[in-house]
Design a protein around this ligand. Structure first.
Ligand SMILES: [Zn+2]
Length: 58
């Protein structure tokens, strides 16, 4: 099953990071450690501004 990748801007330090839209674990900002993605069992909850979405085709 294909998932989406999102380019997310950290609300704390403005670092841009690419995260998987269905992450099963928390994803923290590589710079400041702010949690950018929280798993919810389905589509992950994304904190911060989504700058871009890339649809991945299998
Ligand atoms: Zn950050």
């Amino acid at each position: 099953m294909a998932g989406n990748f999102h380019s997310v801007k950290c609300p704390d330090c403005e670092n841009e990071q690419v995260v998987f839209g269905k992450a099963s674990t928390e994803v923290a900002c590589a710079v400041c450690g702010h949690v950018l993605v929280r798993p919810t069992g389905g589509a992950a909850e994304i904190e911060g501004e989504v700058l871009d979405t890339v649809e991945r085709r299998a």
